[in-house]
Ligand binder design. Structure first.
Ligand SMILES: *Cc1c(COP(=O)(O)O)cnc(C)c1O
Length: 718
């Protein structure tokens, strides 16, 4: 079948710079500062106003400004250089993957995720899981991997957060206008949207397919807001993480079973099927069904399908796992198990778990049973996961449960401040970005002169402070804030104090309020007028998480308390944009999960590669990253039986380390007012953590430990 690709938007650009439309329509610019600056230079205010969205920018920018740019030789030089870099990136065939595995370039990898966090202008992600998927695609593009991804475009996005005067989280939906996104509509030969369909109880539900180009990678996004569907089915893909279980199971059927159809329709026949979390596990059911239809037995079909599947688990909290009551499985799969040649009980067995509240159908159980290979996302999370899922392998000892681990990483250039990149270029190597996972390269960070590093660090903190000021000014002007809320928004922030960042989802186990435990000691600590400390909080609670929202409220009340003197700040609406300012601009990144609940965590890695020092519980990635001189631990490398005891010990550890180590080291300056000991630690942090916690290291590990074994084993059964 012929597939037509159509852009839902057109631009009217001067001929000399019409290549801007090409740059705008591929997310390559997200991790290439030059690609952002070709737009920003034309109208910096508009660039901020459209949330750094090139498509919206080109639709709104005044012709006068475009003409002015065409008359600036410096701009044209920048434009030509950027367009050439973009085009040579796309056409380069000598990529790492191609050079390393020339025989395997035709064996494609499918990557499924419920959310993709690629950029703030595309709010189809909620948090860490989505950011990881987004970073995975960017790095797969950089390495030239034959990977194709499938997800959803949620037209109401994830919610926008606003806090009431009393700190109660209010939510607005982030309605997305597709014509302002770089989406490509896939159409059939009659110029009708290309669609797939799934059978749900009593009806057929359709979804159209959008394509998004992420460098060399294609991401296909499903959208049920199409004509043949009933109004309620059109809303199926409206939001992320609905609490309505019927919506949720329908979405997961659409992603898993519908997603397989998408790839088939596009003529792809992936060898590797990577499920990022269990939400997409029905993809294996669909592939078994395909084989059973051709006459294969269920057992044979399952054995073959399992070889191709890789399941990455992210949830160390049993109650946090995605699961459905059995009556829902009866309702949604009652017609399907017969097609697979199974009885009801045999089908339920694929996902059955006995819980204190009864039996449920658990998506990670399904994913584990239908994947030959599975992994956790840090070493400690691997241990926790093998313990958690051992009941599925009753004959195996815990350490032999077949769940390995690949510690997460972050896509370096997405999160790196441009000016830090310039330092790396100058002192590491001009081509440092091509070798960023090579630990040897990073020894050269000690060549960076303290003055230059400190100048960049100060610049980034200044940028963060003015970002908080300006956002608050705008809200104030729009009548959205009381004076005390303006203080909470950061009007008293200044760039000279030691500044700590704490930004993450507000779930109770992350203990955002732990620093307040000994309130007077904490207030004395931040208000020492010779050595003041500022803390910036940010984060959303899931709309249905009442304890999480109460935690935000408690933090917000303390932030607004005049005793904190404006040194505590809450930045509303944590998203990729806010995250970027924070992980680049603060001095210290604080993380206080109740161990071992943090599977990996990634925000601390983003901070580290910008020279921000981590101060965190030895959980997830930091337990592997901390080496005694590249940041600070909270508490010890041990588990507590009693949470109350754990909280008390960790709070004590926070105060002591701040008082005795972090604050004195930050404020100790040489005759040029430079904190030399601090910068020594910053360099050690850059040297050790940047290569190790890069997505490049992570993706190469997935390739050698997971993707290649799947490809080899699949070839042997052909
Ligand atoms: C990185 C990131 C996260 C995940 O960070 P954690 O360390 O896992 O809490 C969540 N939200 C946003 C916007 C991020 O950028």
């Amino acid at each position: 079948m012929k597939i037509i690709r159509e852009y839902p938007n057109t631009f009217n650009l001067p001929k000399r710079i019409e290549g801007l439309s090409k740059i705008a329509r591929n997310l390559w610019w997200v991790w290439n500062p030059d690609g952002q600056r070709v737009f920003q230079f034309i109208d910096p205010l508009l660039w901020d106003l459209v949330t750094h969205n090139p498509v919206a920018f080109l639709q709104k920018v005044e012709r006068q400004r475009l003409n002015a740019a065409v008359n600036q030789p410096a701009y044209l030089e920048h434009y030509d250089r950027t367009l050439a870099a973009f085009e040579s990136y796309l056409t380069n065939t000598q990529t790492w993957y191609k050079l390393t595995y020339p025989d395997l370039i035709d064996q494609s990898i499918a990557y499924f995720s419920f959310e993709f966090g690629l950029h703030e202008s595309l709010p189809v992600y909620a948090g860490g899981l989505g950011i990881l998927s987004g970073d995975h695609l960017k790095e797969a593009s950089d390495l030239g991997m034959p990977l194709t991804a499938v997800g959803f475009v949620y037209n109401h996005g994830y919610f926008v957060q606003h806090l009431t005067e009393d700190g109660w989280q209010e939510t607005r939906s982030a309605l997305i206008d597709y014509s302002k996104l770089p989406l490509i509509a896939l159409m059939d030969e009659n110029r009708k949207p290309l669609m797939i369909s799934i059978d749900l109880p009593g009806r057929r539900v359709y979804a159209r397919i959008w394509e998004l180009e992420v460098g060399r990678i294609k991401l296909y996004l499903l959208d049920s807001d199409v004509d043949p569907n009933s109004p309620s089915d059109r809303q199926l893909t409206e939001r992320l993480y609905s609490n309505d279980l019927e919506v949720r199971i329908s979405q997961e059927i659409l992603l898993g079973m519908g997603g397989v159809q998408v790839l088939r329709l596009l003529g792809l026949n992936p060898t590797v099927w990577h499920m990022n979390e269990g939400h997409s596990a029905f993809l294996a059911v669909e592939r078994i069904r395909e084989k059973v239809k051709t006459g294969m037995s269920f057992e044979n079909a399952m054995d073959q399908v399992k070889i191709g599947d890789i399941f990455t688990t992210h949830t160390p909290v049993p109650a946090g796992n995605d699961q459905f009551p059995l009556w829902l499985i009866d309702k949604y799969f009652g017609n399907i198990w017969a097609e697979l040649g199974l009885t009801r009980d045999q089908f339920i067995d694929l996902g059955r778990q006995v819980q204190p509240w009864g039996e449920t159908f658990v998506m990670p159980v399904l994913a584990l049973k239908l994947s030959k290979r599975a992994n956790a996302v840090s070493e400690l999370h691997g241990i926790v996961s093998r313990r958690m899922w051992q009941f599925l392998w009753p004959e195996e000892k815990e350490e032999n449960v077949p769940i390995g681990y690949v510690t997460n990483g972050v896509h370096t250039r997405t999160w790196l401040a441009r000016r830090m990149g310039l330092l790396f270029e100058k002192y590491l190597a001009p081509d440092w970005a091509d070798r960023l996972d090579d630990p040897d390269l990073w020894k050269n960070v000690f060549q960076i002169p303290d003055e230059e590093l400190w100048a960049v660090r100060r610049h980034l903190k200044n940028k963060l402070v003015s970002f908080a000021n300006e956002r608050t000014r705008l809200q104030w002007q729009n009548g959205l804030l009381t004076p005390s809320q303006a203080v909470a928004g950061g009007v008293f922030l200044e760039p000279y104090s030691l500044t700590i960042g704490f930004a993450r989802r507000f779930a109770t186990y992350k203990r955002a309020n732990l620093v307040f435990r000994d309130f007077d000691r904490f207030m004395n600590l931040i208000n020492d007028s010779h050595r003041p400390v500022q803390i910036i909080f940010a984060g959303k609670a899931h709309p249905a998480d009442e304890p999480g929202k109460m935690l935000i409220q408690q933090v917000y009340r303390t932030v607004k308390d005049s005793r904190s003197a404006g040194r505590l700040v809450f930045l509303e609406d944590y998203d990729i944009n806010v995250a970027r300012y924070l992980v680049q601009g603060v001095d210290v990144w604080l993380n206080t999960p109740r161990r071992p609940n943090e599977a990996s965590g990634t925000s601390g890695m983003k901070a580290a590669l910008n020279g921000v020092l981590n101060f965190s519980v030895l959980d997830g990635w930091w337990r592997e990253g901390y080496n005694g001189k590249n940041g600070w631990p909270i508490g010890k490398d041990m588990d507590y039986a009693n949470p109350e005891e754990q909280d008390a010990a960790d709070a004590q550890s926070i105060y002591e380390t701040l008082e005795k180590q972090i604050i004195p080291m930050y404020y100790e300056r040489d005759q040029n007012k430079i904190p030399t000991l601090w910068l020594q630690m910053v360099k050690e942090c850059l040297r050790t953590l940047t290569p190790q916690f890069s997505l490049r290291r992570m993706l190469k590990e997935y390739t050698t430990d997971y993707y290649l074994p799947v490809i080899k084993e699949s070839a042997s059964i052909q």
